[in-house]
Design a protein around this ligand. Structure first.
Ligand SMILES: Cc1cc2nc3c(=O)[nH]c(=O)nc-3n(C[C@H](O)[C@H](O)[C@H](O)COP(=O)(O)OP(=O)(O)OC[C@H]3O[C@@H](n4cnc5c(N)ncnc54)[C@H](O)[C@@H]3O)c2cc1C
Ligand code: FES
Length: 339
Protein backbone atom coordinates (compact mmCIF):
# COMPACT_ATOMS: atom_id res chain seq x y z
CA UNK A 1 0.00 0.00 0.00
CA UNK A 2 2.76 2.42 1.03
CA UNK A 3 4.76 1.41 -2.09
CA UNK A 4 1.73 2.12 -4.28
CA UNK A 5 1.36 5.55 -2.71
CA UNK A 6 5.06 6.24 -3.29
CA UNK A 7 4.63 5.36 -6.97
CA UNK A 8 1.59 7.64 -7.26
CA UNK A 9 3.12 10.62 -5.49
CA UNK A 10 6.72 10.52 -6.81
CA UNK A 11 8.75 12.75 -6.91
CA UNK A 12 7.12 13.84 -3.61
CA UNK A 13 6.66 11.11 -0.99
CA UNK A 14 3.31 10.41 0.71
CA UNK A 15 5.04 11.68 3.84
CA UNK A 16 5.44 15.12 2.26
CA UNK A 17 1.68 15.38 1.71
CA UNK A 18 0.77 13.87 5.07
CA UNK A 19 3.07 16.23 6.94
CA UNK A 20 1.22 19.16 5.37
CA UNK A 21 -1.96 17.86 7.01
CA UNK A 22 -0.32 16.66 10.24
CA UNK A 23 3.19 17.99 10.94
CA UNK A 24 3.69 15.32 13.62
CA UNK A 25 3.32 12.56 11.02
CA UNK A 26 6.70 11.35 9.87
CA UNK A 27 8.33 7.97 9.29
CA UNK A 28 11.81 9.42 9.25
CA UNK A 29 11.96 11.76 12.23
CA UNK A 30 10.10 12.23 15.47
CA UNK A 31 8.45 15.60 15.90
CA UNK A 32 6.50 17.35 18.59
CA UNK A 33 4.12 20.31 18.70
CA UNK A 34 4.24 22.86 21.50
CA UNK A 35 0.70 22.78 22.91
CA UNK A 36 1.21 24.82 26.07
CA UNK A 37 3.58 27.22 27.77
CA UNK A 38 3.90 27.88 31.49
CA UNK A 39 6.11 30.66 32.74
CA UNK A 40 7.91 29.36 35.84
CA UNK A 41 10.23 32.29 36.66
CA UNK A 42 11.55 35.34 34.80
CA UNK A 43 14.10 33.08 33.11
CA UNK A 44 12.48 29.65 33.06
CA UNK A 45 9.57 28.33 31.04
CA UNK A 46 7.89 24.97 30.78
CA UNK A 47 6.98 23.88 27.27
CA UNK A 48 4.23 21.27 26.99
CA UNK A 49 4.94 19.21 23.88
CA UNK A 50 2.66 16.71 22.16
CA UNK A 51 4.98 14.14 20.60
CA UNK A 52 4.24 12.24 17.40
CA UNK A 53 2.84 8.73 17.63
CA UNK A 54 6.27 7.12 17.45
CA UNK A 55 7.16 8.51 20.92
CA UNK A 56 7.74 5.55 23.24
CA UNK A 57 7.49 7.36 26.59
CA UNK A 58 10.00 8.22 29.28
CA UNK A 59 11.09 7.26 32.76
CA UNK A 60 11.20 9.95 35.43
CA UNK A 61 14.62 11.65 35.36
CA UNK A 62 15.39 10.97 31.70
CA UNK A 63 16.16 13.61 29.09
CA UNK A 64 15.18 14.23 25.49
CA UNK A 65 17.18 15.75 22.63
CA UNK A 66 15.31 18.56 20.94
CA UNK A 67 16.10 20.03 17.55
CA UNK A 68 15.04 23.58 16.76
CA UNK A 69 15.60 25.62 13.63
CA UNK A 70 17.06 29.07 14.27
CA UNK A 71 17.88 31.31 11.30
CA UNK A 72 17.70 28.31 8.99
CA UNK A 73 20.12 26.14 10.99
CA UNK A 74 19.00 23.17 13.08
CA UNK A 75 20.42 23.09 16.61
CA UNK A 76 20.13 20.13 18.96
CA UNK A 77 20.18 20.43 22.73
CA UNK A 78 19.30 18.15 25.61
CA UNK A 79 16.53 18.86 28.17
CA UNK A 80 15.33 16.78 31.07
CA UNK A 81 11.68 15.83 31.01
CA UNK A 82 10.03 17.57 33.93
CA UNK A 83 6.64 15.80 33.84
CA UNK A 84 5.71 12.48 35.45
CA UNK A 85 6.03 9.13 33.71
CA UNK A 86 3.05 8.04 31.70
CA UNK A 87 1.62 11.36 30.56
CA UNK A 88 0.64 11.63 26.89
CA UNK A 89 2.14 15.09 26.50
CA UNK A 90 5.69 15.69 27.67
CA UNK A 91 7.17 18.76 29.32
CA UNK A 92 10.61 20.31 29.36
CA UNK A 93 11.52 23.23 31.60
CA UNK A 94 14.14 25.48 30.11
CA UNK A 95 16.11 28.16 31.96
CA UNK A 96 17.41 30.79 29.53
CA UNK A 97 21.15 31.43 29.77
CA UNK A 98 22.03 35.11 29.20
CA UNK A 99 23.99 34.25 26.02
CA UNK A 100 22.35 30.91 25.34
CA UNK A 101 21.28 30.39 21.75
CA UNK A 102 18.76 27.57 22.07
CA UNK A 103 17.59 28.19 25.65
CA UNK A 104 16.69 31.81 24.85
CA UNK A 105 14.94 30.68 21.67
CA UNK A 106 12.87 28.12 23.57
CA UNK A 107 12.02 30.51 26.41
CA UNK A 108 11.41 33.70 24.43
CA UNK A 109 10.64 32.80 20.82
CA UNK A 110 8.76 29.49 20.72
CA UNK A 111 5.01 30.12 20.68
CA UNK A 112 2.27 27.55 21.11
CA UNK A 113 1.92 25.69 17.80
CA UNK A 114 5.67 25.52 17.10
CA UNK A 115 7.03 22.23 15.78
CA UNK A 116 10.25 20.82 17.26
CA UNK A 117 12.30 17.75 16.36
CA UNK A 118 12.62 15.11 19.05
CA UNK A 119 14.55 11.98 19.82
CA UNK A 120 13.38 9.22 22.11
CA UNK A 121 14.01 9.77 25.82
CA UNK A 122 17.23 8.38 27.23
CA UNK A 123 19.51 8.57 30.25
CA UNK A 124 20.08 6.45 33.33
CA UNK A 125 19.41 9.13 35.98
CA UNK A 126 16.29 7.22 36.98
CA UNK A 127 14.82 5.69 40.10
CA UNK A 128 15.46 1.98 40.59
CA UNK A 129 12.57 -0.44 40.82
CA UNK A 130 11.37 -1.00 43.47
CA UNK A 131 11.69 2.59 44.64
CA UNK A 132 13.99 2.83 47.70
CA UNK A 133 12.25 3.52 51.00
CA UNK A 134 14.40 6.60 51.76
CA UNK A 135 15.47 9.16 49.16
CA UNK A 136 17.50 12.36 49.15
CA UNK A 137 17.29 14.88 46.30
CA UNK A 138 20.06 17.49 46.14
CA UNK A 139 19.43 20.10 43.47
CA UNK A 140 20.23 23.66 42.45
CA UNK A 141 18.93 26.00 39.76
CA UNK A 142 17.51 24.25 36.69
CA UNK A 143 18.89 20.98 38.12
CA UNK A 144 15.49 20.59 39.78
CA UNK A 145 13.87 19.54 36.45
CA UNK A 146 14.69 15.79 36.29
CA UNK A 147 14.10 15.54 40.04
CA UNK A 148 10.70 17.22 39.66
CA UNK A 149 9.81 14.50 37.16
CA UNK A 150 10.74 11.94 39.83
CA UNK A 151 8.81 13.77 42.58
CA UNK A 152 5.73 14.06 40.37
CA UNK A 153 5.96 10.35 39.54
CA UNK A 154 6.48 9.34 43.17
CA UNK A 155 3.48 11.34 44.37
CA UNK A 156 3.14 11.03 48.13
CA UNK A 157 6.21 8.82 48.71
CA UNK A 158 6.58 9.08 52.50
CA UNK A 159 10.28 9.70 52.87
CA UNK A 160 11.89 12.03 50.35
CA UNK A 161 14.19 14.79 51.59
CA UNK A 162 14.63 17.55 48.99
CA UNK A 163 17.38 20.16 49.41
CA UNK A 164 17.11 22.74 46.66
CA UNK A 165 19.10 25.95 46.11
CA UNK A 166 18.39 28.97 43.92
CA UNK A 167 19.77 32.52 44.08
CA UNK A 168 16.53 34.18 45.27
CA UNK A 169 12.91 33.23 45.96
CA UNK A 170 11.99 34.55 42.51
CA UNK A 171 14.44 32.13 40.86
CA UNK A 172 12.94 28.98 42.37
CA UNK A 173 11.42 26.91 39.59
CA UNK A 174 8.30 24.95 40.67
CA UNK A 175 8.31 27.02 43.90
CA UNK A 176 4.69 26.32 44.88
CA UNK A 177 4.99 22.57 44.35
CA UNK A 178 8.22 22.42 46.32
CA UNK A 179 6.80 24.47 49.16
CA UNK A 180 3.85 22.09 49.41
CA UNK A 181 6.07 18.99 49.74
CA UNK A 182 6.91 17.78 53.24
CA UNK A 183 10.64 17.22 53.72
CA UNK A 184 11.69 20.03 51.41
CA UNK A 185 14.21 22.77 52.26
CA UNK A 186 14.75 25.58 49.76
CA UNK A 187 17.83 27.71 50.23
CA UNK A 188 18.21 31.20 48.71
CA UNK A 189 21.91 31.42 48.08
CA UNK A 190 22.10 35.21 47.56
CA UNK A 191 20.94 35.65 51.18
CA UNK A 192 22.02 32.38 52.88
CA UNK A 193 25.17 31.54 50.90
CA UNK A 194 25.83 28.30 49.06
CA UNK A 195 25.00 24.98 50.65
CA UNK A 196 27.99 23.58 52.52
CA UNK A 197 27.77 19.81 52.29
CA UNK A 198 29.04 19.57 55.87
CA UNK A 199 25.55 20.90 56.76
CA UNK A 200 24.04 17.63 55.50
CA UNK A 201 24.66 16.11 58.92
CA UNK A 202 22.18 18.63 60.32
CA UNK A 203 19.77 18.98 57.39
CA UNK A 204 19.51 15.24 56.69
CA UNK A 205 21.37 13.30 59.39
CA UNK A 206 20.80 9.87 57.77
CA UNK A 207 22.00 11.01 54.30
CA UNK A 208 24.43 8.09 54.05
CA UNK A 209 21.52 5.62 54.26
CA UNK A 210 19.52 7.25 51.49
CA UNK A 211 19.61 6.69 47.74
CA UNK A 212 20.64 10.19 46.63
CA UNK A 213 19.94 12.00 43.35
CA UNK A 214 21.84 15.21 42.63
CA UNK A 215 21.57 17.64 39.72
CA UNK A 216 22.89 21.18 39.51
CA UNK A 217 26.00 23.20 38.71
CA UNK A 218 29.30 21.36 38.28
CA UNK A 219 30.67 22.79 41.57
CA UNK A 220 27.84 21.25 43.61
CA UNK A 221 28.12 17.89 41.88
CA UNK A 222 31.92 17.73 42.17
CA UNK A 223 31.63 18.59 45.87
CA UNK A 224 28.94 15.93 46.35
CA UNK A 225 31.09 13.27 44.68
CA UNK A 226 33.89 14.06 47.11
CA UNK A 227 31.63 14.33 50.14
CA UNK A 228 29.90 10.98 49.59
CA UNK A 229 33.28 9.17 49.63
CA UNK A 230 32.64 5.53 50.55
CA UNK A 231 28.87 6.04 50.13
CA UNK A 232 29.46 7.14 46.48
CA UNK A 233 27.55 4.15 44.98
CA UNK A 234 24.36 5.56 46.58
CA UNK A 235 24.83 8.93 44.86
CA UNK A 236 23.43 9.37 41.33
CA UNK A 237 24.44 12.47 39.37
CA UNK A 238 23.02 14.24 36.33
CA UNK A 239 25.27 16.88 34.79
CA UNK A 240 23.98 19.66 32.56
CA UNK A 241 27.49 20.95 31.87
CA UNK A 242 30.70 19.05 31.22
CA UNK A 243 33.13 18.31 34.05
CA UNK A 244 36.10 20.68 34.26
CA UNK A 245 38.51 20.36 31.38
CA UNK A 246 42.11 19.43 31.99
CA UNK A 247 44.63 22.11 31.03
CA UNK A 248 47.89 22.13 29.15
CA UNK A 249 46.91 20.73 25.75
CA UNK A 250 49.19 21.70 22.89
CA UNK A 251 46.54 21.71 20.14
CA UNK A 252 47.28 20.76 16.58
CA UNK A 253 45.99 20.41 13.04
CA UNK A 254 42.97 18.20 12.49
CA UNK A 255 41.57 17.25 9.10
CA UNK A 256 37.81 16.66 8.96
CA UNK A 257 37.12 14.92 5.66
CA UNK A 258 39.00 17.25 3.34
CA UNK A 259 38.95 20.36 5.60
CA UNK A 260 42.04 21.18 7.63
CA UNK A 261 41.39 23.00 10.92
CA UNK A 262 43.82 24.45 13.48
CA UNK A 263 42.65 23.44 16.97
CA UNK A 264 43.83 25.34 20.08
CA UNK A 265 44.99 23.43 23.14
CA UNK A 266 41.80 23.98 25.19
CA UNK A 267 39.24 23.69 22.37
CA UNK A 268 37.25 20.59 21.51
CA UNK A 269 37.41 19.19 17.99
CA UNK A 270 33.67 19.89 17.76
CA UNK A 271 34.02 23.59 18.67
CA UNK A 272 37.04 24.12 16.44
CA UNK A 273 35.46 22.31 13.51
CA UNK A 274 32.19 24.25 13.81
CA UNK A 275 34.07 27.56 14.13
CA UNK A 276 35.78 26.69 10.85
CA UNK A 277 32.41 26.03 9.21
CA UNK A 278 32.52 22.23 9.09
CA UNK A 279 29.07 20.63 9.50
CA UNK A 280 29.53 18.21 12.40
CA UNK A 281 27.04 16.02 14.26
CA UNK A 282 26.47 16.93 17.90
CA UNK A 283 23.99 16.58 20.73
CA UNK A 284 24.66 17.13 24.43
CA UNK A 285 28.12 18.63 23.74
CA UNK A 286 29.38 17.19 27.02
CA UNK A 287 30.22 13.58 26.45
CA UNK A 288 27.02 11.78 27.32
CA UNK A 289 24.96 11.22 24.19
CA UNK A 290 27.61 9.88 21.76
CA UNK A 291 25.99 11.61 18.77
CA UNK A 292 29.23 13.50 17.92
CA UNK A 293 31.34 10.41 17.28
CA UNK A 294 33.57 10.34 14.18
CA UNK A 295 36.08 7.67 13.12
CA UNK A 296 39.78 8.49 13.46
CA UNK A 297 41.65 7.72 10.27
CA UNK A 298 45.11 8.42 11.65
CA UNK A 299 46.95 10.47 14.26
CA UNK A 300 46.20 10.86 17.94
CA UNK A 301 43.80 12.97 19.99
CA UNK A 302 43.55 14.16 23.59
CA UNK A 303 40.76 13.53 26.09
CA UNK A 304 39.95 17.04 27.38
CA UNK A 305 38.70 15.70 30.71
CA UNK A 306 41.69 13.60 31.67
CA UNK A 307 44.46 14.90 29.40
CA UNK A 308 45.04 11.30 28.20
CA UNK A 309 46.46 11.03 24.69
CA UNK A 310 45.12 8.15 22.66
CA UNK A 311 44.14 6.98 19.24
CA UNK A 312 44.53 4.10 16.82
CA UNK A 313 43.27 4.20 13.23
CA UNK A 314 39.58 3.26 13.28
CA UNK A 315 38.99 4.42 16.88
CA UNK A 316 35.71 6.26 17.37
CA UNK A 317 36.27 9.78 18.69
CA UNK A 318 33.76 11.78 20.75
CA UNK A 319 34.58 15.16 19.24
CA UNK A 320 32.88 17.25 21.98
CA UNK A 321 35.25 16.06 24.72
CA UNK A 322 38.34 15.54 22.61
CA UNK A 323 41.06 18.01 21.67
CA UNK A 324 44.02 17.94 19.33
CA UNK A 325 47.56 16.89 20.05
CA UNK A 326 49.60 17.24 16.88
CA UNK A 327 48.01 16.12 13.64
CA UNK A 328 45.03 13.82 13.16
CA UNK A 329 42.53 12.99 10.43
CA UNK A 330 38.86 12.23 11.06
CA UNK A 331 36.38 10.85 8.58
CA UNK A 332 33.11 12.73 8.29
CA UNK A 333 29.90 10.73 8.40
CA UNK A 334 27.96 10.58 5.16
CA UNK A 335 25.98 13.82 4.67
CA UNK A 336 22.63 12.16 5.28
CA UNK A 337 23.74 11.11 8.74
CA UNK A 338 24.89 14.54 9.90
CA UNK A 339 22.46 16.91 11.52
C1 LIG B 1 21.33 15.68 30.36
C2 LIG B 1 21.06 17.16 30.25
C3 LIG B 1 19.85 17.65 30.71
C4 LIG B 1 19.60 19.03 30.65
N1 LIG B 1 18.40 19.48 31.12
C5 LIG B 1 18.17 20.81 31.12
C6 LIG B 1 16.93 21.31 31.65
O1 LIG B 1 16.06 20.56 32.09
N2 LIG B 1 16.74 22.65 31.65
C7 LIG B 1 17.70 23.52 31.15
O2 LIG B 1 17.46 24.73 31.17
N3 LIG B 1 18.86 23.06 30.64
C8 LIG B 1 19.12 21.73 30.60
N4 LIG B 1 20.29 21.26 30.06
C9 LIG B 1 21.23 22.23 29.45
C10 LIG B 1 20.85 22.43 27.98
O3 LIG B 1 21.07 21.24 27.24
C11 LIG B 1 21.71 23.51 27.30
O4 LIG B 1 23.07 23.24 27.54
C12 LIG B 1 21.39 24.89 27.82
O5 LIG B 1 20.00 25.19 27.62
C13 LIG B 1 22.26 25.93 27.10
O6 LIG B 1 22.03 25.86 25.72
P1 LIG B 1 22.11 27.18 24.84
O7 LIG B 1 22.01 26.80 23.41
O8 LIG B 1 21.13 28.19 25.35
O9 LIG B 1 23.56 27.74 25.20
P2 LIG B 1 24.81 27.84 24.21
O10 LIG B 1 24.49 28.89 23.19
O11 LIG B 1 25.16 26.46 23.73
O12 LIG B 1 25.91 28.33 25.23
C14 LIG B 1 25.97 29.65 25.73
C15 LIG B 1 27.01 29.73 26.83
O13 LIG B 1 26.57 29.03 27.99
C16 LIG B 1 27.48 27.99 28.39
N5 LIG B 1 26.63 26.87 28.78
C17 LIG B 1 26.09 25.93 27.97
N6 LIG B 1 25.30 25.09 28.67
C18 LIG B 1 25.31 25.53 29.95
C19 LIG B 1 24.67 25.12 31.15
N7 LIG B 1 23.85 24.06 31.18
N8 LIG B 1 24.91 25.84 32.29
C20 LIG B 1 25.73 26.90 32.29
N9 LIG B 1 26.36 27.34 31.18
C21 LIG B 1 26.17 26.67 30.03
C22 LIG B 1 28.30 27.73 27.16
O14 LIG B 1 29.60 27.27 27.51
C23 LIG B 1 28.33 29.10 26.49
O15 LIG B 1 29.33 29.92 27.07
C24 LIG B 1 20.56 19.91 30.10
C25 LIG B 1 21.77 19.40 29.62
C26 LIG B 1 22.01 18.04 29.68
C27 LIG B 1 23.31 17.52 29.13
S1 FES C 1 27.71 15.70 21.64
FE1 FES C 1 26.96 14.28 23.10
S2 FES C 1 28.69 13.00 23.44
FE2 FES C 1 29.44 14.55 22.16
Amino acid sequence: MFKALVALTTPLLPEDYLSLVDPLWSTTELRGRVVGIRRETDRATTLVIRPGRAWTGHRAGQYVRIGVDIAGVRHWRTYSLSGPEGDGDITITVQALPDGLVSRHLVDATPVGSIVRLEQASGDFVLPSPVPSKLLMLTAGSGITPVMSMLRTLGAHPDVVVLHSAPTADDVIFADELRARPGTTVRHTSADGRLDLADLDTLCPDWRDREAYACGPAGLLDAAEQHWGDARPRLHLERFTPPTRSTGGEGGTVTFGDREVEVDGGASLLEAGEDAGVLLPSGCRMGICFSCILPLRDGQVRDLRTGEIRGEPGDMVQTCITGATGTARLDLRPAEETR
